[in-house]
Design a protein around this ligand. Structure first.
Ligand code: MGD
Ligand code: MGD
Ligand code: MO
Length: 764
C-alpha cells in the first residue's frame, strides 16, 4: 500500500499581478448587469444562461442559491442579481471533474492549486473514494459508497463518534431527513455553517424577543422611516436588498450605514432593471455613514440610546406593559461616558447625536445587520444592544419596524427550523419523537468549534458534510486540518471540488449531488423541494436544468440510502425519497407551524411561519415579555503597534468559492492576498501600497503566522485592517469565540504586521 503524503490545507495564492484602481462609488447598474451576463455566458453558453436566469425565483422556478434575501411576491421577472446569476452560472458550469480527472491528478497536486482554480474545474460527476494510504481518488458505485459509510456507522460503539455537518444550501426536506437520521442513530452532533454565521443573532434574539429570527417582512421596508444597516455589505453580498432600500428611500425613509468601510452599494446605487429600461440615473442610498472602528458598535449603541433617553423618544406604554429590564439598561447606558464612546467608536459625539436625532424622530425603524456584528467576542451582547435600542422606541411588531438579521446561505434559516441544531429544545424533540416514534438523545451535540476539538482528540469515526467546505470555512486552518486527518472516514456531499476533498480522514468519499437548478426525478416523478428565506417565508424550489451527469443523486435520496443501510427497521427511508410529499407529510406532524405542509407550501408565494413579535407583538419568553438586556462595554483597546483585523468577503466570491479575482467595488484585482490598511498607518511605518508583509495573529500567548501579504491603502479607520476570507482563516484562533454563541471571532483578530521573514523580537 502506498503511503499518503500530506496535502496543503491553506489556500495557495494566485500568482496574478495585483491591480489597484479607485474604489467604485456606484453599485449594481450597468457593470453589474453586464458582469453577471458575461459570467453566465462564458461558463454555460447562451441558451442555458437565458433559460436559467429567467426562471430564478419564479413561483414555478427554483429558489436562487445566491442568498436568503426574500423576493417581492416570489414571482417578479428578473428579480435576480449579479450574485444570484454568478451562483447559478457557477453551478451550471460545463466543465466536469470526472474519475479520469482524479486519476490524472493526485491530491497533493490538487491541494497546491488555488481555490479559484479548484472551483473552475467544474461539477463532480461520479462518486469517488480516496482509500486509506492512497493519493488518488478512484470511482466506486453508489452501492459500494453507501455500504462503506454504513459499515463505519454500524462498527461504531458510540453514536456520538459520528458528526454530521450541514451547509446552508440544503433543502428543508434533506435537512429534516438528515437530522431525523442522526437522532434515530442517537446523536445531536449536528454542527452547521450557522455556528460561524448568525448563531449570535439567534442566541441574542431568543433571549430578548423569544424567537431567534428577524421580525420584519419585505413589505415593512415600504413603511419604514429609518433603516439602519450595521456591519453588512449588501452591495456585494445581498444585492437585491439594495432594491428594497431604494424603494424605501423613495418613500421617504432615511438610511444609516454603520461600517468601518464605506461599502459601495450604500453610497450610490443603480438598479440593473432600470438599466434595462434605459434609466441612467443613480441614487444615493445612505444618508449617513458612521465609519465606526471595528468592534465599536456596542459603544455606538450606548451613545444612540443616551440620545433616545435624553430626548424622551421612548415608547413608555410598550416598555411598561410588554417588557422587562428597561431600568437596568438605562443605568448601564448612564454609566457609559461620552469620552469612552468617542474613543471606542472613533466617531465624534456630534456625529452620534445627529444619528440619534434621526432615530428619535422615526416612527418606524428597522435595524439590519450581518457578520460585522455576529463574528465578535461580544456578538450576542452587541445584538442585544441593537435590540435594546429598537425596543426602547417600540420598534417591533409595528408596521415598518423591527429587527432584521440578514441571513447568508439561501436556506440556512430553514435548516435550523427543521432541526439542524446541536442544542435542540425539549419542545422540539418531544414533538419529533411523538411524530416519528423515536427517542431522540437529550445530550447536546457538538457545534463547529467543538467538532474540531473532538476530531483533534481522535474522537470521530465519521465526519459527514452535507455541502459546504469545512476546512476552508472554519477558523485555524492548520488545527482543523490536524483534526480532519484523524477521522476514520470523511464524507462530502458536494457539487463542486473544494479543499475539503483534499484535507481528509484516513478514507474519504465524495458523493456528488444535484444542485438547486437541476431537475430532480425520483420514482414518483419530478420533485420539488422547499426552503425558508431570511424573513420566515417557506416556499417551493424546483430545478429545471438537465443535470450535468447521470450519476448524480439528490440530497434527500442520499440521506435515505445511508439511513436505510445503517439503521435496522422502523422506517421505510427509501419510500420517503420516492416522493418528497412523503417527507413533507412527516414534517407536518413533527414540526410546529408546518401543519398541512404539502398543501400550504403549494400556494404561489408559499406561507409565513408563525412569528409572535411580528404577528401579534407577543413574546415567547418565560414571562411573555420582551427583555432589555444590559451589558457593559467590551474592552476594544488594541495593544501598541498591533492591529485589529476583520476577514471579509470580496465581490467575486461566494464564501469559500472563488468565482474570479476581482473585488470590483473596492477596486482590487488579480490578487486576494491583500491587506486593506489606513494610509496614515502605512506612512508612519514607511510603507506604500503593494509593500509585502507577514501577518502574525496573537491570542492568549499563542501566535499564528501567514507570510506574503500585499498592503493596499484604503479608507479604513486607523488601527484596523481587513483581509479576505478564507485566505486569512489560518490566522483566526480556534479558541477565540463569541460568548454564548461560540462563533469564531472572524472580525476581531489581533495582529502584528512584519517585514517579510522577520520575527517580532527582531523588530522590537
Ligand atoms: N456575493 C456573495 N454573497 C454572499 C456571500 C458571499 O460570500 N458572496 N456569503 C453569504 C453569507 S453565508 C453571508 S453570512 C452573508 C455575509 O454578508 P456580510 O455580513 O455583508 O459579509 P462580510 O463580507 O463578512 O461583511 C461584513 C461587513 O461588516 C463590516 N464589519 C466588520 N467588522 C465590523 C464591526 O466591528 N462593526 C461594523 N459595524 N461593521 C463591521 C465589514 O466592513 C463588511 O462590510 O452574505 C451572503 N451572501
Ligand atoms: N474568516 C472567516 N471565516 C468565515 C466567515 C467569515 O466571514 N470570515 N464566514 C462564515 C460564514 S458566515 C459561513 S456561512 C461559512 C460558510 O461555510 P460553508 O457553508 O461550509 O462553505 P461554502 O463555501 O458556502 O461551501 C461551498 C461548497 O458547497 C458545495 N455546494 C454548493 N452547492 C451545493 C448544494 O446544493 N448541495 C451540496 N451538497 N453542496 C453544495 C460546493 O461543493 C462548494 O464547494 O463560513 C464561515 N467562515
Ligand atoms: Mo453565512
Amino acid at each position: 500500500m502506498s503511503v499518503r503524503k500530506s496535502t496543503r490545507a491553506t489556500t495557495p495564492p494566485d500568482n496574478n499581478k495585483l491591480k489597484i484602481s479607485k474604489p467604485k462609488s456606484i453599485a449594481a447598474g450597468i457593470p453589474a448587469a453586464t458582469s453577471s451576463m458575461l459570467h453566465g455566458l462564458t461558463r454555460m453558453g447562451v441558451t442555458k444562461t437565458i433559460k436559467t436566469l429567467t426562471t430564478v425565483n419564479q413561483s414555478e422556478g427554483f429558489d436562487c442559491p445566491g442568498c436568503a434575501w426574500p423576493d417581492p411576491e416570489h414571482s417578479t421577472m428578473f428579480e435576480f442579481c449579479e450574485n444570484g446569476a454568478k451562483a447559478v452560472a457557477d453551478e451550471s458550469m460545463k466543465a466536469k471533474v470526472t474519475p479520469e480527472f482524479f486519476s490524472k491528478n493526485d491530491i497533493q497536486f490538487l491541494s497546491e492549486q488555488s481555490d479559484f482554480w479548484l472551483n473552475k474545474q467544474g461539477r463532480i460527476s461520479h462518486p469517488v473514494i480516496l482509500r486509506e494510504g492512497m493519493n488518488h481518488y478512484e470511482p466506486l458505485s453508489w452501492d459500494e459508497a453507501i455500504g462503506i459509510i454504513s459499515d463505519n456507522i454500524r462498527d461504531s460503539n458510540d453514536a456520538n463518534k459520528s458528526i454530521f455537518y450541514t451547509s446552508g444550501r440544503t433543502s428543508n426536506e434533506a435537512a429534516f431527513m438528515y437530522q431525523l437520521f442522526a437522532r434515530t442513530l442517537g446523536t445531536n452532533n449536528m454542527p452547521d455553517c450557522s455556528n460561524m454565521c448568525h448563531e449570535s443573532s439567534g442566541q441574542g434574539l431568543g433571549e430578548t424577543i423569544g424567537i431567534g429570527k428577524g421580525t420584519v417582512s419585505l413589505d415593512d421596508f415600504n413603511h419604514s422611516d429609518l433603516i439602519l444597516v450595521i456591519g453588512q455589505n449588501p452591495g456585494t453580498n445581498h444585492p437585491r436588498m439594495l432594491t428594497a432600500l431604494r424603494d424605501a428611500k423613495r418613500k421617504g425613509a432615511s438610511i444609516i450605514h454603520v461600517n468601518p468601510l464605506p461599502e459601495t452599494g450604500l453610497v450610490r446605487f443603480k438598479h440593473p432593471q432600470d438599466y434595462m429600461k434605459l434609466s441612467f440615473g443613480s441614487e444615493q442610498l445612505a444618508d449617513m455613514h458612521l465609519q465606526v472602528k471595528i468592534g465599536g458598535d456596542a459603544a455606538l449603541m450606548h451613545g444612540l440610546m443616551k440620545i433616545q433617553i435624553e430626548l424622551d423618544a421612548l415608547d413608555h406604554d410598550f416598555i411598561k406593559n410588554s417588557t422587562k429590564g428597561f431600568d437596568s439598561v438605562v443605568e448601564a447606558v448612564n454609566e457609559t461616558k461620552w469620552k469612552d464612546i468617542e474613543s471606542d467608536t472613533g466617531l465624534t459625539r456630534f456625529q452620534i447625536e445627529k444619528a440619534g436625532r434621526i432615530i428619535a424622530k422615526s416612527k418606524a425603524s428597522i435595524a439590519c445587520w450581518a457578520m460585522g456584528l455576529t463574528q465578535h467576542r461580544n456578538g450576542v451582547a452587541v445584538i442585544q444592544e441593537v435590540s435594546n435600542l429598537m425596543l426602547m422606541g417600540g420598534h417591533i411588531g409595528r408596521k415598518g419596524a423591527g429587527l432584521c438579521p440578514v441571513r447568508g446561505h439561501s436556506n440556512v434559516q430553514g435548516d435550523r427550523t427543521v432541526g439542524i441544531w446541536e442544542r435542540p429544545s425539549e419542545e422540539f424533540l418531544q414533538r419529533l419523537d411523538d411524530a416519528c416514534d423515536i427517542t431522540s438523545p437529550r445530550e447536546h451535540g457538538v457545534d463547529v468549534v467543538e467538532a474540531i476539538s473532538q476530531m483533534r482528540k481522535g474522537g470521530a469515526n465519521l465526519f459527514m458534510c452535507m455541502g459546504g467546505n469545512f476546512i476552508s470555512a472554519t477558523p485555524d486552518t492548520e488545527a482543523t486540518a490536524e483534526g480532519l486527518r484523524k477521522v476514520k472516514l470523511t464524507v462530502q456531499v458536494s457539487t463542486k471540488l473544494n479543499r475539503s476533498h483534499l484535507v481528509t480522514g484516513e478514507t474519504a468519499i465524495i458523493l456528488p449531488c444535484l444542485g438547486r437548478t437541476e431537475l430532480d426525478v425520483q420514482k414518483d416523478g419530478k420533485q420539488f423541494v422547499t426552503v425558508e428565506n431570511s424573513m420566515g417565508i417557506v416556499h417551493t424550489s424546483k430545478g429545471n436544468l438537465k443535470p450535468p451527469s447521470v450519476s448524480l443523486k439528490s440530497e434527500p435520496w442520499i440521506v435515505a440510502a445511508i439511513a436505510n443501510s445503517s439503521l435496522d427497521g422502523g422506517r421505510d427511508w427509501m419510500k420517503l425519497a420516492e416522493n418528497y410529499d412523503n417527507i413533507r407529510e412527516l414534517m407536518s406532524k413533527a414540526l410546529a407551524g408546518f401543519e398541512d405542509y404539502n398543501q400550504r407550501v403549494r400556494t404561489p408565494n408559499g406561507f409565513a411561519l408563525p412569528n409572535p413579535p411580528r404577528d401579534s407583538r407577543s413574546f415567547n419568553t418565560p414571562d411573555n415579555k420582551a427583555h432589555f438586556v444590559a451589558h457593559k462595554l467590551p474592552d476594544v483597546s488594541i495593544p501598541n503597534d498591533r492591529f485589529v483585523m476583520m476577514t471579509i468577503r470580496s465581490h467575486d466570491q461566494y464564501n469559500t468559492t472563488i468565482y474570479d479575482l476581482h473585488d470590483r467595488y473596492r477596486g482590487i484585482h488579480g490578487n486576494r492576498r491583500i491587506v486593506l490598511m489606513n494610509a496614515t498607518d502605512m506612512i508612519e511605518r514607511g510603507w506604500k501600497s503593494r509593500h509585502i508583509v507577514d501577518i502574525i495573529s496573537h491570542f492568549e500567548g499563542e501566535e499564528r503566522r501567514s507570510d506574503g501579504w500585499r498592503l493596499v491603502a484604503y479608507d479604513i479607520p486607523r488601527g484596523n485592517i481587513a483581509t479576505y476570507f478564507p485566505e486569512a482563516n489560518v490566522l483566526v484562533p480556534l479558541k477565540s469565540t463569541a460568548v454564548k454563541s461560540n462563533t469564531p471571532t472572524s472580525k476581531w483578530i489581533i495582529c502584528s504586521l512584519l517585514e517579510p521573514g522577520t520575527r517580532i523580537s527582531e523588530e522590537e
